[in-house]
Write a protein that binds this ligand. Structure first.
Ligand code: BEZ
Ligand code: FE
Length: 298
């Protein structure tokens, strides 16, 4: 016979207790038990607040089913949903609260690929020749401001049409707008690229349809992605945002932060253009950023 005080019947008042009482604390992984107790508590509170009809609940179930069906090797619709609901940025934020002076983190996004081509300082990552030329200057420093030599700087961005190469296989050259650089003896590196543009996250699936139904646009504020790593330091996953982008304050995935906005400077200086290899362009851009890593376990 079940113990009535240990396993109460289900009621609206006691719904959370009834479900969580079924967890066998002696057998369950303690962290999992903790997570599921909290999830049950918040899900039940949501249902009690919203009071969905059966039809509305089935609409929600169908939405999640469609989200799963949309996932492939190249498309992770659940991550897009997490991103657009601010959950990815919140996970990132609660994991990087330290305020230790390191460069702020932001969202990784789904378009990073392994084994970016290793490139030399001054190389271009733009293989399709489209866009406004940009020279990106960087310095990798420790929180005590000493230069970090031999850090890897993994970069990727969309092309000037607003697509990553992996979204346009056969249209863009493979590894277009991607590169892996290393900081020199003074912690410095530089590469050539093009001014980033805002672009829509993939919005032809359930996450995008939900944005549309809520009157939300799908645009990400213009950015360059970077992952900066050096053994003995905490890895930094971050962006450089373009300061003139109209979507900075309403990035679709809540990744923008003041500290990550780059100081983009436009120039028509012909001698400087020549020096940077931009002689064919009527103007070009430069941005210089310090990236600060905290000593740690990476
Ligand atoms: C990106 O920046 O590449 C990205 C981030 C979240 C969702 C989609 C794209
Ligand atoms: Fe991106």
């Amino acid at each position: 016979m079940s113990d009535a005080s240990k396993f109460p019947y289900f009621s609206e008042e006691n719904s959370v207790g009834a479900v969580n009482a079924r967890i066998d604390q002696a057998k369950a992984n303690p962290r999992l038990a903790n997570v599921m107790e909290a999830l049950t508590k918040h899900l039940h509170a949501f249902i009690k607040e919203v009071e969905p009809t059966h039809d509305e609940w089935m609409t929600g179930i169908k939405f999640l089913t469609d989200t799963g069906h949309m996932c492939t090797e190249w498309r992770q619709e659940f991550i897009l949903l997490s991103d657009t609901l601010g959950v990815s940025s919140l996970v990132d934020t609660v994991n990087h609260r330290s305020g230790n002076g390191a460069t702020e983190h932001t969202i990784l996004g789904p378009f990073h690929v392994q084994n970016h081509p290793v490139r030399a300082h001054g190389d271009t990552i733009c293989l399709d020749g489209k866009g406004e030329p940009l020279a990106v200057w960087g310095r990798v420093l420790s929180t005590d401001r000493t230069p970090i030599v031999g850090a890897t700087i993994d970069v990727w961005q969309t092309n000037d049409d607003g697509f990553y190469d992996v979204q346009q296989k056969g249209v863009q050259p493979d590894m277009n707008m991607r590169g892996m650089f290393e900081s020199g003896p003074d912690g410095r590196f530089w590469f050539r690229s093009v001014r980033p543009r805002f672009y829509p996250i993939p919005d032809d699936g359930p996450a995008g349809k939900l944005l549309g139904a809520l009157g939300r646009h799908p645009n990400r504020a213009a950015h360059i992605h970077l992952i900066i790593e050096k053994p003995g330091f905490d890895k930094v996953i971050t962006h450089i945002f373009e300061p003139n982008c109209p979507y900075l304050r309403e990035d679709a995935v809540f990744g923008a932060k003041d500290s990550l906005i780059g100081d983009f400077r436009k120039s028509t200086d012909a001698a400087r253009a020549q020096e940077l290899g931009f002689q064919a362009a009527p103007f070009f851009w430069e941005v210089a950023t310090d990236f600060v890593l905290a000593p740690g376990k990476s």
